[in-house]
Design a protein around this ligand. Sequence first.
Ligand code: NCD
Length: 308
Amino acid sequence: MIRHLLSGADLDAATATRILDTAAEMATVAGREVKKLPALRGRTVVNLFYEDSTRTRISFEAAAKRLSADVINFSAKGSSVAKGESLKDTALTLQAMGADAVVVRHPASGAAHRLAEWVDGSVVNAGDGTHEHPTQALLDAYTMRSRLGRLAGLSVAVVGDVLHSRVARSNVLLLSTLGAKVTLVGPPTLIPVDIAAALAPDTTVCYDLDAVLPTSDVVMMLRVQRERMTDSYFPSAREYARRYGLDGPRMRRLPEHAIVMHPGPMNRGMEITPEVADSPRSTIVEQVANGVSVRMAVLYLLLGGNNA
Ligand code: NCD
């Protein structure tokens, strides 16, 4: 088993499949009255969050607790980071406390990789800048597999603000490893020119959402990440929604079996309308539930549960 999970590229098909299969076993725990396994008793998991997060932070915390680990939640606000302490000094502090795993979210791309050089335990990247978010890709793959029964051969459209999306990058890497075919869709200003070639050569790019809908098994909508935008990438929110938003009429052009995904948080009315987000095709709430099982599997396998 790998020691750290920093990128979708860390996972070959066998390792990724093992995580997804383990997550399916972990999911059975969620259905029990007592949602706990003793697997990581006595181990310490630190959640180190330098950026706002709802789903991901809670999900990692629930996952570690369901495996009986001791959990320390650290958020940059209210800590010595606010006094200017560097990531390295924070890492050494965690190290001294004997963290077995550090789950890190940071606004700088590459922060998780640096941290992995400084600590002895396992590092899990929970989102570094606009770079990667591999556990989100795993939970997305898990959701696709459980709804559609397979990953190989699926056509997946990833739509919207690809430029700022760590979710998109990790998904392209993992999905191509698992044999799905990804099409990146969005305005040219929000799709980096060389992204397909740089990540996975079989990925295609299309600027016309309506053209890809009839042949997509999965449509993954991305949040328009205004907080990361330093420039004006499209004329107006209305214009964006008109060309790249998923609304009811567009959803009805998808094949009958197709699903609609979104990692959250959503800009309802911009990239997705409430009608679509709350429809039976939407897996948005399932993705959150699956996230806990997938993160349980990741922590369990990285920390050598069952001598993995
Ligand atoms: C994503 C993130 O933070 O990278 N959300 C998440 O983890 N569920 C996507 C986003 O912020 O748009």
